[in-house]
Design a protein around this ligand. Structure first.
Ligand SMILES: CC(C)(COP(=O)(O)OP(=O)(O)OC[C@H]1O[C@@H](n2cnc3c(N)ncnc32)[C@H](O)[C@@H]1OP(=O)(O)O)[C@@H](O)C(=O)NCCC(=O)NCCS
Length: 291
């Protein structure tokens, strides 16, 4: 197929039935298959893809997750899992898919976490880089001075307060994502002050051989550490999390407990100079693919 034919290939909506195709595409680019995450993104968000002209699955894919109360006029949309199969790389498919998605979303403010590979394309499309996140991964080894005091497992009764805190800190509502957390995550914990007011919450969800810690939302670094300690105490897998680089104290604390720096991703936005909400209380995203 010629490059121009590829550039005109039909872009279609992906459904939950495409999870295996999406995971195959991840594998094609040496990414983990992450089927659990794909399933979440394809149900809470909207997947777009281009079928491979050779009939072997998908040639390209990405997922858009819209946030806000009005589905037709989102406050923010996150783009993730932008992937082009290796055999079709550098033939304009990534640009075509991203341009299509940006056009569909029009004036909606956009965000994404970019790998070094994707960044030149996003810059070409008008994204800027207001921040960075460090991916940390490894077995959490307690040093003995950790405390999970003030935290406890979340119950169904906490969901409303979690949604309210999350909206305040994330800067807009993401009910369709957060209400899926109790089923999506293996563990969900909350922190509260002596009066019973919620001061933070965090989830650990299974991703291949790891547990991803995210969202991690907390009043301060001490509360964030307590939430991570509570999650780590109940777990049997290495942890992964993507911490906003401005939270240096938490990054150092995690590294001292066995998590290693894997890479840095650029936090990019389009249409807004920075992410909405309160970064001081937003330590890690649910997933870099959805904010
Ligand atoms: C990033 C990715 C989606 C780009 O898709 P693609 O179809 O190969 O890209 P395009 O052919 O549309 O190229 C668009 C521009 O991106 C840049 N680009 C693409 N691949 C690049 C690479 N390997 N190195 C440097 N720049 C690159 C170039 O500026 C390119 O424009 P040019 O070819 O006119 O110079 C694809 O390489 C990919 O799937 N990579 C692995 C997964 C990944 O990192 N995804 C990004 C997640 S944020």
């Amino acid at each position: 197929m010629t490059t121009s034919a590829l550039a005109n290939a039909t872009i279609r909506r992906l459904t939950a039935g495409d999870v295996t195709h999406c995971a195959d595409l991840s594998e094609d680019r040496s990414w983990p298959r992450e089927e659990h995450k794909w399933r979440l993104l394809l149900t809470a968000g909207t997947g777009f893809g281009i079928d491979a002209p050779d009939g072997k699955g998908l040639a390209a894919a990405c997922v858009v997750t819209r946030y806000g109360d009005a589905p037709d006029a989102p406050d923010l949309a996150a783009i993730g899992m932008v992937l082009v199969a290796e055999r079709f790389a550098r033939q304009g498919l990534g640009r075509r898919l991203m341009s299509y998605v940006c056009e569909q979303l029009g004036p909606v403010p956009l965000t994404l976490h970019a790998t070094p590979n994707g960044r030149p394309l996003y810059e070409e499309l008008g994204f800027t880089t207001p921040g960075r996140a460090e991916m940390l991964m490894g077995e959490f080894r307690a040093l003995g001075d950790e405390t999970a005091e003030g935290t406890r497992p979340a119950t169904a009764d906490d969901l409303q307060a979690i949604l309210e805190l999350d909206r305040e800190v994330f800067g807009t509502g993401r009910m369709h994502m957060i209400t899926r957390l109790p089923a999506f995550a293996d563990r969900l914990v909350v922190a509260e002050d002596p009066s019973g007011r919620l001061t933070g919450y965090a989830a650990a969800w299974p991703n291949m051989h790891t547990h991803v810690v995210g969202p991690l939302i907390a009043r301060d670094t001490g509360t964030a550490k307590a939430l991570v300690s509570a999650l780590a105490a109940g777990g049997d897998r290495p942890l992964r999390t993507d911490v906003d680089v401005r939270h240096e104290e938490l990054r150092d604390w995690l590294k001292a407990r066995g998590l290693a720096s894997i890479t840095f991703n650029a936090v990019m936005t389009r249409g807004v100079p920075d992410l909405p909400g309160d970064w001081t209380r937003r330590f890690a995203p649910l997933t870099v693919a959805a904010g």
